[in-house]
Unconditional design. Structure first.
Length: 117
C-alpha cells in the first residue's frame, strides 16, 4: 500500500474539516504550520468535552499516522500529539479525554512527555 504524503493528508483534512481550509492554505505548504490548525481544533474538542468529535478526529489521525510517510508521521507526532493538553487546569477538565486516545497516539505522547501529565 502506498503511504499517505503531505498533499494527500492535507486534502483529507480539508475534506474532513472544510472550516480549516483558509487557515491551512495561508501556511504556504509548511506542514507543521498547517497541522497546528488541526491541533487547535482537537484541543477545542478536549476543552469543550466534545467526545464524539474527539474520538473521530483521533481515529482519523491514527489512521493517517499508521499509513503516512515519514514527514506526515513526524508532523502528526511533533506538531499535534506532543502539543495536546490533557491535564486539568483550574475548572477546565481535560483528563477525561485521555481514555479516548488511540493506543498508537498514546505511545507517541508518552514517548515525548514520559507520562500523561
Amino acid at each position: 500500500m502506498k503511504q499517505i504524503h503531505q498533499s494527500q493528508f492535507i486534502h483529507l483534512v480539508k475534506h474532513r474539516w472544510p472550516e480549516l481550509t483558509q487557515d491551512i492554505n495561508a501556511e504556504e505548504n509548511l506542514i507543521h504550520f498547517q497541522v497546528k490548525h488541526i491541533r487547535n481544533l482537537i484541543q477545542s474538542f478536549i476543552n469543550s468535552h466534545y467526545k464524539q468529535d474527539l474520538v473521530k478526529s483521533l481515529a482519523f489521525l491514527e489512521h493517517v499516522y499508521v499509513n503516512g510517510n515519514k514527514d506526515v508521521r513526524n508532523a502528526i507526532d511533533v506538531s499535534i500529539i506532543e502539543e495536546l493538553e490533557f491535564s486539568d487546569r483550574g475548572k477546565l477538565s481535560r483528563r477525561w479525554a485521555w481514555e479516548h486516545v488511540p493506543p498508537k497516539l498514546k505511545e507517541l505522547y508518552v514517548a515525548f512527555h514520559g507520562k500523561m501529565d
